[in-house]
Design a protein around this ligand. Structure first.
Ligand code: BG6
Length: 504
């Protein structure tokens, strides 16, 4: 078990803490993956006593974990939760935090490592970061603040064991703001201290992408333009924006999930074989993909579709930017590398769609006819499709053509399915946040976004945003419960291909 540490979570009364972070921390304690002397200091603007905060967290954890919640175990950990209220721009808040942490160091007779977690709306990031710097909180435990008797000899800037910063996406609103945020971060922390969280990278099936591709000899040789016709990434959500409408308005689907979750998945699917399985080799390979991503046509309307579900603007109470906020995006992208020359990557994501499903599908070329001799009529064959189902029902499916039983030689498509839950019914699949928190504690940055990858993805996304802003792409409307506007269907059908979900 690791040594004691403290999470200082800004935005601790917010949605992310309630739905994801607190339940994940509870589970880590329960599995004895967090030291029993570790602590959480929630920081928020709401004026709450520590007891009120503890109660809020208890209810949230109960709601999230349901029958996996144990009242007895909660009683064992409740005292590890503390709360400090204050406005993020107020120096006093940080002085209070310094005081609390100094007391902790004294009680533990050592410098407790500090994990700062920014779970606030992104507009507060810079304010919090600069205050972490000016208050010297970013420097970790300063032995000078402790009495001599404690005898602590380490701490201070550069002693990266003592502070880490965990920061939630979105990292900026476009390339310029992302670069600015990166400058602020780099001014305070070294890259080794920075953990940029994209929770998709913590999902079991996303991690399985590399195992699947490089742990099986049969797939890698076909993972290229010789065999693959095209690749699709679908991230469909059935819920409308709902309670997050204030955050979402002015952000939209492109920034909310394409710049991060979808492009992260795309980079994992498309990367060249990394030099090794260490964090830097994998992140180098991913960045290389993102740096070679491009729009296949300068006319933005030919390669992108943006749309809004009917009723979105009234849900957003006509607030500024609502009319220009897309809740749906479809894109066609290319990767300018020898492996992927000529292979389009189609992306589709949206809110209020017919189903909630995330999957990546690789569509293989049909068998080629040799010298005009075709064993089967190509029009009657369906492509082999390899689907990596990220959620729900995590698994891998393969569509094959087989002979239908009987006297003739008629072919039918069938599906071979591997489903995690069926194969590993007793396995504990850690929630994405459990996995990411443990990796951050262990200093493993493999599943965290790196600054150059973020810049590369923003470069592409900003190009699309600029194209849209210059009026080159219409904002379409779609019905809630549909799979998006007809224009998205036309985007892919113009290439004689079709959107695909494995259970359609
Ligand atoms: C978040 C987005 O990052 O990911 C949300 O801000 C989206 O808008 C969510 O709903 C999707 O995550 P998941 O894990 O539910 O697929």
């Amino acid at each position: 078990m690791v040594s004691p540490l403290v999470f200082i979570i800004f935005g601790a009364t917010g949605d992310l803490m309630a739905r994801k972070l607190m339940p994940a921390l509870y589970s880590l304690w329960k599995q004895k993956l967090l030291h029993e002397k570790s602590l959480i200091i929630g920081v928020g603007r709401r004026e709450l006593s520590t007891e009120e905060f503890q109660l809020l967290m208890r209810d949230a954890t109960f709601k999230a974990l349901n029958h996996n919640f144990s009242e007895d175990f909660w009683k064992e950990i409740v005292d590890k939760l503390d709360y400090v209220s204050g406005f993020f721009e107020n120096d006093q808040l940080y002085k209070n935090l310094v005081n609390r942490l100094t007391v902790l160091d004294k009680n533990l007779q050592s410098c407790i490592p500090r994990f700062f977690y920014l779970a606030t709306p992104p507009e507060h990031y810079e304010t919090i970061l600069t205050h972490l710097q000016s208050s010297q909180l970013a420097e970790g435990c300063l032995p000078a603040r402790l009495p001599d008797s404690v005898g602590v000899s380490a701490g201070g800037q550069g002693t990266i064991n003592y502070t880490r910063i965990l920061i939630e996406k979105p990292f900026g609103k476009d390339l310029a703001t992302a670069q600015h945020l990166e400058e602020v971060l780099a001014n305070i922390f070294t890259e080794k201290q920075i953990y940029r969280i994209d929770h998709y990278l913590g999902k079991e099936t996303v991690q399985n992408l590399l195992a699947f591709r490089f742990g099986n000899g049969i797939f890698e040789p076909t993972w290229n333009n010789k065999f693959i016709d095209h690749i699709q990434i679908n991230l469909a959500e059935s819920d409308p924006v709902g309670a997050r409408i204030k955050f979402y308005t002015g952000v939209g689907a492109l920034r909310d999930v394409v710049q991060n979750h979808i492009l992260e998945m795309l980079s994992l699917i498309a990367l060249e074989e990394p030099r090794g399985f260490d964090a830097e080799s994998i992140r180098d390979a991913k960045t290389q993909v993102l740096e070679h991503l491009l729009l296949p046509d300068t006319n933005i309307a030919k390669v992108s579709v943006r749309a809004q579900y009917a009723g979105f603007t009234s849900e957003a109470a006509q607030s500024t930017g609502a009319a220009n906020t897309e809740s749906f995006v479809a894109l066609k992208l290319h990767i300018d590398t020898p492996r992927w020359q000529g292979v389009p990557f189609y992306i589709r994501t949206g809110k209020a769609l017919a189903r909630k499903v995330t999957e990546i599908s690789l569509h293989f070329k049909k068998p080629v006819c040799q010298d005009d001799v075709c064993f089967f009529n190509p029009d009657e064959l369906q492509r082999n499709v390899l689907t990596i189902r990220i959620q729900p029902d995590e698994g891998i499916h393969l569509r094959l053509m087989v002979k239908r039983p009987g006297f003739g030689m008629d072919l039918s498509p069938v599906h071979m399915r591997f489903c995690y839950q069926d194969t590993f019914p007793d396995g504990h699949t850690p929630d994405a946040y459990e996995r990411l928190l443990i990796d951050a504690i262990n200093g493993d940055q493999t599943l965290f976004a790196r600054t150059d990858g973020i810049a590369a993805s923003w470069r592409l996304v900003t190009q699309i945003l600029n194209g849209w802003e210059s009026g080159d792409a219409h904002m379409f409307t779609y019905h809630q419960g549909s799979m998006g506007p007809d224009a998205a269907v036309q985007l892919i059908e113009a290439d004689n291909r079709h959107w695909y979900l494995s259970e359609d």
